[in-house]
Design a protein around this ligand. Structure first.
Ligand code: XMP
Length: 310
């Protein structure tokens, strides 16, 4: 595939579709939405408003880091604080699909819906890729960014039309486009991170306290495994407790699972054979997090497991 030509075509298409109207897009900092942001800005400049919604489910320092990275590229990103909206929508929910649904609804109907209305934008630029569409249509998983393909008329439901410049690409293609667009290496090579963010890394109810725990664990895992070149690595907080000992006292503590996988496109995956001393070090660091007294390494490939736990 000629990716240079792809870029030119997409820019021309966005320009033509939006015309003299305005468009909006939500940047998550992942490679897909980052590429869409740059394509959109090259196509229509100031007619595109880019927002970053802080849903309280992000990794450590993520919102500010992303805003700064794009500012360096001359792209203004508006940071929207919607932490309370998402936390209250997730309160009491334990079922994985209900949690995903609550995030989708809060994002599209409430937070983003309000932003679009206020902005008057007629178009939404979306970072949907081919794999998202295939998996959702096949009923494997409802990716939160799939709308039209499952019969949702966005114009009727939300008042805007959706433009999906990446709908024919898979992740490897998106990364190639990202490089050609001169996006910084930390974005081009970012490991996948799910739309429902850290809510996908907490089995059971999402609370602020649990988010804090899994956020700390995620930072440790990303730091420790960043140089392995593995496809994806992360921490998951289980909904179970186990007995342990801390300061010579029994403690009924939380359990963190480390997952590190090799894959091409996340449709299948094998487990990375991490060195024992690496695993040991991670275990020591993870169990120094307040309330966590057990650290497990997940040995399950996909299938039968999925990559995420939720
Ligand atoms: P699963 O858990 O389905 O994950 O084996 C496959 C890949 O997709 C990522 N993932 C998501 N990405 N929105 C996304 O943008 C989502 O809702 C979502 N769920 C899973 C996951 O991290 C893995 O790379």
């Amino acid at each position: 595939m000629d990716y240079k030509k792809f870029i030119e075509e997409q820019i021309a298409q966005i320009k033509k579709t939006v015309g003299s109207e305005t468009a909006i897009n939500a940047l998550s900092g992942g490679v897909d939405s980052s590429v869409v942001t740059v394509l959109g800005h090259r196509a229509i400049g100031k007619q595109l408003k880019t927002v970053f919604v802080d849903n309280s489910l992000m990794r450590k320092d993520e919102p500010n880091k992303i805003v700064k990275t794009f500012a360096k590229m001359g792209i203004k990103v508006e940071l929207v604080d919607a932490r309370k909206d998402f936390l209250s929508a997730l309160a009491g929910l334990t079922d994985p699909e209900q949690k995903r649904q609550a995030i989708t609804d809060t994002f599209y109907s409430k937070v983003f819906g309000d932003l679009v209305k206020k902005s008057g934008a007629k178009f939404l630029l979306h970072g949907t890729i081919l794999t998202d569409i295939e998996e959702t249509v096949a009923g494997i998983k409802r990716q939160h960014n799939i709308l039209a393909q499952i019969g949702i008329d966005t114009n009727q439901a939300y008042g805007y039309s959706v433009i999906e410049p990446l709908a024919t690409l898979r992740k490897d293609g998106v990364r190639k486009v990202a490089k050609l667009l001169a996006l910084p290496a930390e974005i081009c090579n970012r490991i996948p991170f799910p739309g429902p963010a850290l809510a996908a890394r907490i089995v059971g109810e999402v609370t602020e306290e649990k988010l804090q725990t899994v956020r700390q664990a995620t930072a440790i895992v990303e730091k420790e495994l960043g140089k392995t070149g593995a496809f994806q690595y992360f921490a998951v907080l289980l909904n179970d407790y186990a007995t342990g000992i801390r300061n010579n006292k029994r403690e009924f503590g939380q359990i963190i699972v480390i997952r590190c996988i090799e894959s091409i496109d996340a449709r299948t995956a094998t487990v990375t054979q991490l060195p024992w001393n690496k695993l040991n070090r991670i275990s020591q660091r993870i169990t120094s997090i307040k309330g966590v007294n057990r650290c497990l390494y997940d040995l399950t490939p996909k299938p039968p497991a999925t990559v995420e736990y939720v």
